[in-house]
Structure formats: structure tokens, C-alpha cells
Design a protein. Structure first.
Ligand SMILES: Cc1ncc(C[n+]2csc(CCOP(=O)(O)OP(=O)(O)O)c2C)c(N)n1
Length: 279
């Protein structure tokens, strides 16, 4: 990836963080930590790789993305608005009564391919979409983003087993390996690591990358496209709350809200990062 592209994708990740924080701040509620940790994944997918058209969100042969960790809707909605699926202004309705932008992703929102929120279901749905696309010969890819706490759910592994057995190579699953779940560290609750080895045992191609390195994510995707006989799992080592010092690696910001002082720090830090990428 050339330096210009890398700069653009880093800047988009920063914009995703800025917009998702503004969205949550405005609503007074929403999941900060797990939204911040997937900003680079979404930046690479939506601003470099995915075949989607904001003017034609339902086109049949589009790539699809299932945000299986559906509580991270602020990251998804920020990305879709930045990509042009709906006006930025609409984000101000997030979590308001009568808005389609609810706290967990909703399929009624342009650009969203699956409603999610009940963890553990997304990989199964993404697998179905990928198998359908293959049967139809559309040639598209289906992406899923799961949490590392989420993969404690048994249904994930049923889907993983089927995807490996049926060689569903157009299915690419990201695991946001930020090491925290709702109520603590994975290492203390129930550790699914080593995650890549588990996927390999189920017949997948699996890679581990720094999930905040846009070039590394992009390279892993290239490797996934080259793999013609297996689905690919991209295990992204990330930091929950990445991008704001006071939010990073804090269980409290899974769903909890910052104080006014912390919000001030957050917006100042994000603005400083944005200035760096714009330079
Ligand atoms: C089936 C189900 N059980 C419990 C919850 C409540 N819940 C919401 S987020 C979460 C933690 C998920 O952890 P992880 O997948 O690691 O997400 P991240 O840390 O990336 O936000 C839980 C238990 C849920 N949404 N669905």
C-alpha cells in the first residue's frame, strides 16, 4: 500500500472515531470501547476494499458486511454516513425514539446487511450469504466482524465448522481481539485464545495482524482473496477504546459513559490525531 493510501485510510479511521464519539455524546449512551477498536477494520473495508455503492445500497452482487457484534453500531453508522449512505445529520437521531439508528445495528438502515445485537449469530448469517453468492456466481465477498468475547458463543463454531467443510472461500471473518468483554478480561472470564489455531482446526485459513495497522489489515485481505479453497479468519489484535488515552483498555467504557472532563479530553485527542493525518 502506498503512503498516500495509508494516510487516507488512517485519516478515515480517525474520522470514524470522531464521528462515533460525537454520535454517542449526543445520544448520551452507546458502546464506546468496542466501536473504537474496529475503526481501522472498517476504514480498510469501506474505503479500500468493499464493492458497495451508497447510491444503490441493495444491489444484488454487492459485498456484504455483518457486524455480528451489533452493539458497536456507532462505528458502523459513522462509517456508513462518511461513505455517503445517509446524511451525517441523521446521526443526531441515534438512540432516539422513532429513529432507525438504534443502539444495535438494524437492517432497515441503508448499508446494513443484518440486524444484530444478540451475540453469536452473525457468522451463521454471513455464511448463508456467502454460500448463496457462490451458488449464484455473483463473485462477491461476505465479511463478518465478531468480538473475541462473542466467540465464546457455541453457534460461532457451528458456522465455522460448516464454512471450513464447504470451502466457503468468499467468507472473511474478522475477530476484534481487544481482550475485554462486558464484565472483564477474557483471560479471567473464559479465554478463547489462541483464536487463529481454533479457526485453522475448523479448516480455515487464519492470520493474526495488528488491528490498528491499515496496511497489515489490507495485506491480510489480499491473502484471503488469494486463498481459493478456505474461508479466512483475520484475528485483529486491538485495544478496546483505541484512540483516546482515558478510554483505552478500560472495562468501564464497554457501555459506560465518560464524565464531561473525559469527553473534553477525548475530543481534544481525536482532533490532534486528525490534524496529524490531514498534514
Ligand atoms: C447473546 C448475548 N448475550 C449477552 C449479550 C450482552 N453483551 C453485549 S456486548 C457483550 C460483550 C461482548 O464482548 P466482545 O464480543 O468482546 O465485544 P467488544 O469487547 O468488542 O465490545 C455482552 C456480553 C448480548 N448482546 N448477546
Amino acid at each position: 500500500m502506498d503512503a498516500k493510501k495509508q494516510n487516507e485510510l488512517c485519516r478515515q479511521a480517525c474520522m470514524i472515531r470522531k464521528v462515533l464519539l460525537e454520535t454517542i455524546h449526543n445520544a448520551g449512551s452507546g458502546h464506546i470501547g468496542g466501536s473504537m477498536s474496529i475503526a481501522e477494520i472498517l476504514s480498510v473495508l469501506y474505503f479500500n476494499r468493499m464493492n458497495v455503492d451508497p447510491k444503490d445500497p441493495d444491489k444484488i452482487d454487492r459485498d456484504r458486511l455483518v457486524l455480528s457484534k451489533g452493539h458497536c453500531s456507532p462505528a458502523m453508522y459513522a462509517t456508513l454516513a462518511l461513505k455517503g449512505f445517509f446524511p451525517m445529520e441523521h446521526l443526531k437521531t441515534f438512540r432516539k425514539i422513532d429513529s432507525d439508528l438504534s443502539g444495535h445495528v438494524e437492517i432497515h438502515v441503508p448499508g446494513v446487511d443484518m440486524s444484530a445485537g444478540s451475540l453469536g449469530q452473525g457468522l451463521s448469517v454471513a455464511l448463508g450469504m456467502a454460500m448463496f453468492a457462490k451458488a449464484k456466481g455473483y463473485g462477491n465477498n461476505v465479511y463478518a466482524i465478531m468480538g473475541d468475547g462473542e466467540i465464546q458463543e457455541g453457534q460461532i463454531w457451528e458456522a465455522a465448522m460448516a464454512a471450513g467443510f464447504y470451502h466457503v472461500n468468499n467468507l472473511i471473518a474478522f475477530v476484534d481481539n481487544n481482550g475485554l468483554q462486558l464484565d472483564g478480561r477474557l483471560s479471567e472470564v473464559m479465554d478463547p485464545n489462541p483464536i487463529d489455531e481454533k479457526f485453522r482446526a475448523f479448516g480455515w485459513n487464519a492470520v493474526v495482524v495488528d488491528g490498528h495497522d491499515v496496511a497489515a489489515i489490507d495485506d491480510a485481505l489480499e491473502q484471503a482473496y488469494q486463498c481459493k479453497d478456505k474461508p479466512t479468519a483475520i484475528v485483529c489484535r486491538t485495544i478496546k477504546g483505541k484512540g483516546v488515552s482515558v478510554f483505552e483498555d478500560q472495562v468501564r467504557f464497554h457501555g459506560g459513559q465518560p464524565t464531561d472532563e473525559e469527553w473534553k479530553t477525548a475530543f481534544a485527542e481525536i482532533e490532534a490525531q486528525l490534524a496529524k493525518w490531514e498534514a
